[in-house]
Design a protein around this ligand. Structure first.
Ligand SMILES: Nc1ncnc2c1ncn2[C@@H]1O[C@H](COP(=O)(O)OP(=O)(O)OP(=O)(O)O)[C@@H](O)[C@H]1O
Ligand SMILES: [Mg+2]
Length: 349
């Protein structure tokens, strides 16, 4: 079921077009994560949904109700959208209880209703016993949970999270990621989440939307985005990859694909017409190394020990390839190895 529909959304600041004709459906109860390089328009996009920014063109519809268009603008406080930013923005002189209760007081809800609603979200974000604490008496993770509770207490139609965990240390961030995921599934709320942390995006999202320069480049499940990137940009942005440009099919080598200068691969994965130039993406873990046989020879240039895996830079016909293997077999810098490629994707250049 669709919770929100965005069509042809455009937004400029002066001459700079920050969101460029963006189309997106947000499903009810999903965790949709938006990733993209700094400055590509992620926060602006969330601000348009929340109503903190007006749009220049296009429409935003939430639960079948138009909230933004070129000529129409519904005020943010009337949209029932929750928003949590990177900096917690808690009131320093208000207790945890009062910080969370604040939006309900603004709405002039009755005392009993406030008490019940705040108690409920305090339980959900696991802050029971901290109601009377002040922000300076809380850890970073606890403050972030207060901010989350304050957004949840309004029972938002959509909860927007703009890098809410980036101030936390790695371990706490991971704990909070799973907590947010848990809350989302438990309450069946729709979350649109912006993060720079790929691991986080892969781990907790139902879908990932990859943005670049104000455009939506690809949207799909984490598995689809990682295993089937449509463009070179997506392949490089999500995870590590080797990009081989201008590969062509070569008749002289029995319909094989020319990978490097002297390396041809039987065309078993790819439909390409003769002479067509294509771009390939090969994930480091899809290349395997062997001592005695393989598609072609290379020389190990660098070795990075990573605990449960080893990463190599292997030079093949003057090209450096990233290779990732388990930590079982270890090759040394300068050693000759054979490479074989298990999986390869054609991407848009
Ligand atoms: N109020 C504003 N006035 C003028 N330009 C702005 C304004 N807000 C954002 N921009 C510009 O719009 C572009 C997109 O900004 P935005 O904050 O949406 O990027 P982002 O993808 O969230 O980046 P980051 O990952 O660094 O947070 C940037 O180039 C920024 O300078
Ligand atoms: Mg941002």
């Amino acid at each position: 079921m669709i919770q929100a529909t965005i069509r042809g959304l455009s937004k400029s600041y002066g001459k700079a077009m920050v969101i460029n004709s963006l189309d997106l459906d947000i499903y009810k109860g999903e965790m949709l994560t938006i990733v993209g390089p700094s400055g590509c328009g992620k926060s602006t996009f969330l601000s348009c949904i929340a109503g903190l920014e007006r749009v220049d063109d296009g429409t935003i519809t939430i639960e079948d109700e138009l909230v933004s268009s070129r000529n129409y603008f519904k005020l943010p406080e009337k949209r029932q959208i929750g928003l949590v930013f990177q900096n917690y923005a808690l009131w320093p002189h208000k207790s945890v209880f009062e910080n969370i209760a604040y939006p309900l007081r603004i709405k002039k809800e009755c005392r009993n209703s406030i008490k019940n609603k705040v108690a409920k979200v305090i339980g959900i974000v696991r802050l029971v016993g901290k109601q009377k604490f002040y922000p300076h008496e809380l850890s970073g993770g606890e403050k972030q949970r207060v901010a989350l509770a304050r957004a949840l207490v309004m029972n938002p139609k959509i909860l927007l999270l703009d890098e809410p965990l980036s101030n936390l240390d790695a371990k706490l961030r991971e704990e909070m990621q799973y907590e947010i995921k848990h809350i989302q599934k438990d309450m069946n709320i729709t979350i649109v989440h912006v993060t720079h942390d790929q691991h986080e995006a892969m781990g907790i999202s139902d879908r990932i939307a990859v943005m670049n320069k104000g455009k939506l480049i690809q949207i799909g499940t984490p598995k689809e985005i990682y295993e089937d990137p449509k463009t070179k940009f997506v392949a490089k942005f999500i995870g590590k990859t080797n990009i081989l440009c201008k590969c062509v099919k070569d008749h002289s080598q029995k319909n094989s694909l020319k990978l490097f200068k002297n390396t041809f691969m039987k065309d078993r994965w790819i439909e390409v017409s003769e002479g067509e130039k294509i771009t390939l993406s090969i994930r480091p873990e899809d290349i395997c190394l062997k001592k005695d046989k393989g598609m072609c020879k290379g020389v190990v240039k660098k070795v990075f020990y990573g605990g449960n895996k080893i990463e190599y830079i292997v030079c093949v016909e003057n090209r450096n390839l990233m290779v990732q293997t388990s930590n079982k077999k270890k090759y040394e810098v300068g050693e000759e190895v054979y490479i074989s490629i298990n999986e390869i994707k054609v991407v848009k250049a």
